[in-house]
Design a protein around this ligand. Sequence first.
Ligand code: AMP
Length: 229
Amino acid sequence: MGDYMSKNIVLFGAPGAGKGTFAARIKEVYPQIIHISTGDIFREHVKNQTELGKKAKSYLDEGKLVPDEIVIEMVRERLNREDVKKNGCILDGFPRTPEQNEALQEIIEVDLLILLEVEEEVLLKRILGRFSCPNCGALYNKYTLPPEKKVEEDVYICDECGEKFEFEQRSDDNEETIKTRLHNYKENAQPIIKFYENKGILKRVDSTNTLELSQKEIKEIIEKRNRYE
Ligand code: AMP
């Protein structure tokens, strides 16, 4: 059997495991695939003060999970659009509870779940140092991956788009909410991982250095079957 393109991919892992970074790597290889980050969608709604944003804000601020029914409806609407049917998707940040996972099975067929694994102490460093370019979304880390050009303390030029911008943390990236978010992950992750493991469509990826993976290696993770049915 030849290579095949997994159309619908779930990126799974603790906060700070590198889901956004890995999604960007996948998009280098499959530019057409639709990246759906529920966290990004919520942040956009909060910023624009939509009805959904007003409902979600306090949960995001405290690092708590937005109630399942709200998240599921939002994701259902997004996944049912034509672009996803045509090009497939990378789900980043969904599902996060067994209930969300059950609902997901009714909406699309998941081809692969990639479990991003990283030491817990690395998570904290990543979360506390991460920031992104407000203009193009390029991801950086103050400690491990700053932009090449620094203008002054906390002011940079984006490597990707050339805009000048300032280091700004996500408002929920503080030590207090991180505890809640890690706790939520640990509480919910196991049954979801088991579900995909049992289906034979789970791949574990050491996400300490996913920026060093070649495009060929990324392609292999996505396309090689790990079990013959
Ligand atoms: P993230 O950017 O994935 O870390 O998500 C940021 C925040 O958005 C989370 O701490 C939750 O408050 C909310 N959120 C994102 N995705 C979900 C989800 N699948 N279920 C519940 N809440 C979510």
